[in-house]
Design a protein around this ligand. Structure first.
Ligand code: PHE
Length: 507
């Protein structure tokens, strides 16, 4: 029986006459073969639309426990014990227990002794009375209660107390309603429309339809839209932090770069092992880039071959063919160098700038639990006059503090394009050890001078992977659970939003 069936039953019942009332929904439901809870639900709904008015009722009555029902059916424990003893003449306690059951024997024996219906004879129990000579008071009380429809006043206070103590009855309280017609009563429910539909607009039904009022208190339905991958959530948070620090995003929407921008412009010699096909994915088709800025190309070539800006260069023959090779960028620094070149050559000349990027890079690596062939880099750079290593350390500290990493250490390192270079280590409070979290440095004059940047302009830069902080944040230990075809969709759908604790806020 549905709520609608109950609604119909209630409205039909009330249709008999304007004065008709349901005196009490509880017995009414029973006699109408309806579930009382469903009836109450239907009444609440009818009440909201003023089809009915209700008064609240509360009725208490007794009900039998399992034990009470059993006494009513078979007699009380004391009568069962007396019967058994009369049948056998006499019984030892274990024999009595075997005959009537342990529970019945225990309660029955006690009560028979108290009433002096039985006595002890050595180890045995013998009857003193016959069961038809005595009265089964408990059973009689229960019969009386049943015959009086379980009403409260069917039992004296003392009897009720005794029966409750013997766990024969319970007091039950039922909340129910007295129901009569409301101001908007109609014998049939007219459902209010919940939505304005195309059909209603087509037919004109919307003009007369009654609409449900808006309920602004209900929770909205879950939107089944897209979900941001954990990497994208962390990226969004990093982006926000970097923008707060005054950094502008670089356009990184190009995965294919020339070797020229990925390596040569960064003063990375053409014989450098990273430029091997074992480390880099070269593109077969088209294998060569179309163009590079020729004047700048010449200056880069000269820097590699014979040096400048106080450097002696690498002293080898710079090959155009090598520079023009297309590849999947191995780092986003390939984009940083293009931005710096633009910054140096923009109309009006160089102006100080802060740039960042967060995007994908590719390396021809052996894959394992922590390495894939593609990953994401976060990179930041500041170009300004007379920057020092102190500026780099300060900027890095501010950034990491904003993602909640306060303990940092710097270790001298080597990059072909930065001098000095520093690896960044952060203290991992879960692992309780220092872990490498990034790389950084000041771009070399050999890289900056060919671009045409003023001589006293310094560029400080740092980079880190997006995967490392994401795996720590979302407690993912295998990178294949984070990225690639084995990622569980549910993980992405259920990943909480990413917020980093900003340690600069409290410091
Ligand atoms: N490009 C470096 C890497 O791929 C990171 C880096 C960026 C280092 C900027 C120094 C300065 O690891």
């Amino acid at each position: 029986m549905t709520t609608e069936d109950s609604e119909t039953a209630i409205l039909t019942f009330l249709s008999a006459s304007p004065e008709t009332v349901i005196e009490d929904t509880y017995p009414w439901s029973q006699s109408s073969n309806l579930d009382h809870k469903t009836v109450v639900g239907a009444i609440k709904s009818l009440l909201a639309d003023k089809y009915v008015v209700v008064e609240n009722l509360e009725t208490s009555f007794y009900s039998f426990t399992e034990e009470g029902q059993s006494i009513l059916d078979n007699g009380s424990q004391e009568i069962l014990v007396l019967k058994a003893l009369n049948e056998a003449g006499k019984l030892s306690i274990p024999d009595l227990q075997a005959k009537v059951g342990k529970d019945v024997a225990k309660i029955g024996m006690g009560n028979c002794m108290k009433a002096k219906w039985i006595k002890k004879d050595g180890q045995d129990l013998v009857p003193v009375a016959k069961e038809d000579e005595v009265e089964d008071t408990v059973r009689k009380q229960l019969q009386g209660l049943r015959d009086a429809d379980f009403k409260i006043d069917a039992l004296s206070d003392q009897d009720a107390k005794d029966l409750k103590r013997r766990k024969c009855i319970n007091l039950v309280t039922v909340k129910s309603h007295r129901v009569s017609r409301g101001s908007a009563y109609q014998p049939q429910r007219v459902k209010k429309a919940a939505d304005l539909t195309k059909e209603m607009l087509d037919s004109g039904a919307w003009e007369t339809a009654e609409f449900k009022p808006y309920n602004f208190l209900v929770l909205g339905e879950k939107v089944g839209g897209g979900f941001l991958h954990p990497l994208l959530k962390v990226r969004a948070e990093f982006r926000k932090i970097l923008m707060e620090m005054g950094f502008q995003e670089m356009p990184t929407n190009k995965w294919v770069e020339s070797s020229f921008w990925n390596f040569d412009s960064l003063f990375q010699p053409q014989s450098h092992p990273a430029r091997d096909a074992h480390d880099t994915f070269f593109i077969k088709e088209p294998a060569q880039t179309v163009s590079v800025p020729e004047e700048y190309y010449e200056r880069v070539k000269t820097m590699h071959e014979i040096g400048g800006a106080g450097s002696i260069g690498y002293r080898y023959d710079f090959r155009r063919e090598e520079a023009m090779k297309n590849l999947l960028r191995t780092h986003t620094t390939a984009v940083s160098s293009q931005m710096l070149y633009k910054l140096a050559n923009q109309p009006g000349g160089f102006k100080p700038a802060r740039y960042f990027s967060i995007d994908r890079v590719f390396r021809n690596e052996t894959m394992d639990a922590t390495h894939l062939c593609e990953f994401h880099q976060v990179e930041g750079l500041v170009a300004d006059y007379n920057l020092s290593l102190g500026d780099l350390i300060g900027t890095i500290e501010t950034f990491f503090k904003k993602i909640g990493i306060t303990q940092l250490r710097f270790k001298p390192a080597f990059n072909p394009y930065t001098e000095p270079s520093m690896e960044i280590f952060g203290y991992h409070p879960d692992l309780k050890k220092w872990t490498e979290i990034g790389n950084s440095g000041m771009f070399r004059p050999e890289m900056l001078q060919p671009m045409g940047l003023p001589e006293n302009v310094r560029v400080i830069a740092w980079g880190l992977s997006l995967e490392r902080p994401t795996m720590i944040k979302y407690r993912i230990s295998n990178i294949r659970d984070l990225f690639g075809h084995k990622v569980e969709m549910a993980r992405t759908q259920n990943a909480p939003i990413c917020r980093f604790e900003d340690a600069t806020a409290s410091a």
